[in-house]
Design a protein around this ligand. Structure first.
Ligand code: ADE
Length: 247
């Protein structure tokens, strides 16, 4: 996959995209990431990319010209590349959206800044708008890092079999079960005995039930759309009726 990022602050990507799993994926040629400075596409000497809003009001607005020309240059006119604007007005970024984006050969992410972008960019240039949550960031850069991270870890070969994305929180539509490592007892708090039993079927069932309980408690909205077996549904009903002790 190739990901292009268009930003006024290329330096904000240096650390996050050169460490850990993303860096490893880049080194192995599984993803190419290019960060472009929007100012390079301005026409005047000062690299002006913003201007006052028509009609007055506070703040500056990103002008359409540098954005259109940057996108046209970066995509080479290939209209199959998704042009994604990071904005609090976009659709909410969730695991399903990450999966959808991971299915493309290329992505172009545009980081908004200032009060906003000229509406003609929304209407005639971008093909998608994404928000990473209901809060306002100073710009789309941290949101772009979030999107790149969530998408890259889903690309084939990026995670080894031991860190598989299949068991991630949200991949199954449920929150993840609790994890434990050594020692068996830490400051008097023991590891649940079932995990030491060596009984793989029992361990799998316990983990599934923990994931179900956790999701019921913390994110009951996710249960509505999760893929539940008939055994899962019976378990959820028993917990709801209170016929099972709390975990
Ligand atoms: N830019 C500013 N706030 C944002 C958000 N919540 N998501 C995506 N881009 C943004």
């Amino acid at each position: 996959m190739r990901i292009d990022i268009l930003t006024l602050f290329p330096g904000m990507f240096q650390g996050p995209l050169s460490e850990s799993i993303i860096q490893r994926a880049r080194e192995r040629g599984l993803v190419e990431i290019y960060v472009h400075n929007l100012r390079d596409f301005a026409h005047d000497r000062h690299g002006t990319v913003d201007d006052y809003p028509y009609g007055g009001g506070a703040g500056m607005v990103l002008r359409p010209q540098p954005l259109f020309e940057a996108v046209e240059t970066i995509t080479g006119g290939d209209s199959s590349v998704p042009i994604i604007l990071l904005t609090p007005q976009g659709r909410l970024f969730r695991h399903q959206v990450a999966q959808e984006l991971a299915g493309h050969d290329r992505l172009l992410l545009i980081c908004g800044r200032y009060e906003g972008v000229d509406e003609r960019v929304r209407e005639h240039l971008v093909t998608d708008e994404i928000s990473i949550g209901d809060y306002v960031l100073s710009g789309g850069e941290p949101a772009a890092v979030v999107v790149v991270d969530a998408v890259v870890r889903l690309l084939p070969g990026v995670l080894g079999s031991k860190e598989s994305a299949v068991e991630d929180s949200h991949a199954s539509g449920l929150l993840e079960y609790p994890h434990y490592t050594r020692p068996r007892v830490f400051r008097g708090w023991p590891v649940p005995p079932v995990l030491l039993s060596g009984n793989h079927a029992q361990i799998a069932r316990w983990r599934r039930e923990q994931a179900l309980r956790r999701t019921m408690e913390r994110r009951p909205d996710l249960l509505e759309t999760a893929n539940l077996s008939s055994e899962d549904k019976k378990f959820v009903e028993r917990v709801k009726r209170g016929s099972l002790p709390s975990a």
